[in-house]
Design a protein around this ligand. Structure first.
Ligand code: HEM
Length: 500
């Protein structure tokens, strides 16, 4: 080998070592434990081999409530301490209200609630929040029941040919219908017609084929055109509806009118002028919110429903208990509505425990052709703040560890066990309030939580009325988390038996 080649190789090794030293020292200097950092790869090899979920899960067990990880070359501090999270997410929210900045900002998704920052985020969030209030959810429940009809119909047809069903895909179609109908009054029937262009384009964005960004760009354009058309129709007063889209359209017309205050987020740090008022939204902002509701709501809700079915199948005695409650409180289709599902205590406990063991949104959902992360349980520290013994520096990237805290034996006895009784009123009152965070908490929690819970509860009740879930040969027990999310890469296959 020539001398120049040797010099080149030596230079690369030296640069790698210096770079490695800098990244290692970031956590070391701050006394934050972390896994071994490899030159160039950082922790990437761990995400590839075991998967991101496994990494987070195992690191929390190994390193404790606070540890470091490298995302690409960015050091991120992972927090699973309920006391510290109380400060970050609520009490010192004003120092932690933005998510981590993205390397590439793609239009118009950079105008979505998930990515907006500071004052503009607050204004847009306050404008949209009333759309998810309890009073707005009640009439939407009837539309959701229609989507459940289609789910039952298609499930029955599938069961007739083969009772062993991969449930995630079926639930995905139903979730898409629910968000389209409930959020935007769009008549999409992805369950009836899987080749519907709307469905295909939505799926192209959601499944995000990064190797073919052109498909995503085209689909995003299609999606935004549809929203734009629906939006323009809504300016016609005669066709007024009560849904998220209408509220945003109204906000284009009425500025500075006081917004419904029911769900207004409290912003720590005091009253800011105009905080609780509606604000005008631009057309791009409306399109961005519409896109984000599909993207943030689709996979999370689908995954949650799939895991509920898995837990039903693997705990037959608890399935019987839930069936009993369903029979008592909502025995047939027309008795399923906002009020009945919200009165069902066992249903609530069963769902809560599922969301504890299998929190659908762990770290983030990648939703753009650039691969940028848009929804996540992440924050960036905006001012230097000390919380307990920990010093957060300005600019520090933070990830709050939902799965870590949900499996922490300091907060949950025998955490691996599925036990809905953890969610009795008494047990909940005794527990640290920040030990359960499937939707986050505080002013920047999941805005779609009430909608998601309604979709989930209605679908579960309708499914339990009609079917019984059992494990089958393809059911993986215990379930193995997927590489990119909590959901298993190969889906969840269960035997579905129609009730007499
Ligand atoms: C089971 C279903 C769902 C789960 C588990 C879930 C979970 C989460 C979590 C953990 C966050 C981050 C909160 C934080 O940063 O502290 C979030 C944010 C968000 N979610 Fe959900 N979500 C679900 C369904 C939905 C649905 C159905 C929608 C829309 C209709 C939605 C829209 C959003 C939006 C827009 C944000 C960002 C809020 C903001 O930055 O102000 N999510 N979600």
């Amino acid at each position: 080998m020539e001398l120049t080649t040797w010099v080149l190789i030596a230079s690369v090794i030296i640069i790698a070592c210096v770079y490695d030293y800098w990244r290692k020292s970031y956590f070391k200097q701050r006394g934050i434990p972390c896994d071994t950092i490899l030159p160039f790869l950082g922790h990437y090899h761990k995400f590839i081999s075991g998967g991101f979920t496994e990494f987070i899960h195992r690191s929390a067990k190994q390193h404790g409530k606070i540890f470091g990880m490298l995302l690409g070359s960015s050091p991120v501090v992972v927090i699973g301490d309920a006391d510290i999270l109380k400060e970050i997410l609520v009490r010192k929210f004003s120092s932690f209200h933005n998510r981590r900045p993205q390397a590439i900002d793609d239009y118009p998704v950079n105008k979505a609630l998930t990515r907006l920052e500071g004052a503009r985020w607050k204004q847009v969030r306050n404008t949209i929040t009333p759309a998810f209030s309890a009073s707005k959810m009640k009439p939407i429940a009837a539309l959701l029941n229609d989507s459940c009809d289609a789910l039952i119909k298609h499930m029955k047809a599938k069961v007739a040919t083969n009772p062993d069903i991969e449930v995630k895909e079926m639930y995905g179609n139903m979730t898409m219908d629910c968000i389209a109908k409930g959020g935007f009054g769009l008549q999409v029937d992805s369950q009836e017609d899987p080749n519907d262009p709307f469905v295909n384009h939505a799926k192209a964005i959601i499944n995000m084929n990064l190797l073919n960004p052109r498909v995503i760009i085209a689909s995003k354009k299609f999606f935004m055109d549809v929203t734009q058309q629906a939006m323009h129709m809504r300016h016609d007063k005669a066709s007024k509806r009560v849904d998220v889209l209408q509220l945003m359209v109204d906000a284009q017309e009425t500025d500075d009118s006081p917004a419904e205050s029911e769900d207004m987020p409290e912003i720590a740090g005091g009253e800011e002028k105009g905080l609780h008022r509606k604000t005008e939204l631009t057309e791009a902002e409306i399109m961005a919110q519409s896109l984000i509701f599909f993207l943030a709501g689709y996979s999370t809700t689908t995954v949650a429903l799939s895991f509920v079915s898995y837990n039903l199948a693997t705990h037959p005695e608890l399935q019987d208990k839930l069936f009993q409650e369903v029979q008592e409180m909502a025995p047939d289709r027309d008795s399923v509505n906002y009020d009945t599902v919200n009165k069902m205590e066992y249903l609530d406990k069963f769902l809560s425990e599922t969301l504890r063991l299998f929190p659908p949104l762990l770290y983030s959902i990648r939703i753009s052709e650039t691969g940028a992360h848009h929804v996540g349980a992440d924050r960036v520290c905006q001012d230097s703040v000390t919380v307990g013994d920990f010093h957060f520096e300005k600019g520090m990237d933070i990830f709050y560890n939902i799965i870590g805290i949900h499996y922490d034996p300091d907060y949950w006895e025998d955490p691996e066990k599925f036990d809905p009784e953890r969610f009795t009123k008494e047990a909940t009152e005794k527990r640290h309030p920040f030990a359960y965070l499937p939707f986050g908490t505080g002013p920047r929690n999941c805005i779609g939580m009430r909608f998601a819970l309604l979709v989930l509860k209605m679908a579960i009740v309708r499914m339990v009325q009609t079917f019984q879930f059992e494990p089958c040969e393809q059911t993986q027990i215990p379930i193995k988390f997927g590489k990119r999310s909590v959901s298993p890469d190969k889906g969840i296959t269960l035997r579905v038996v129609a009730r007499e």
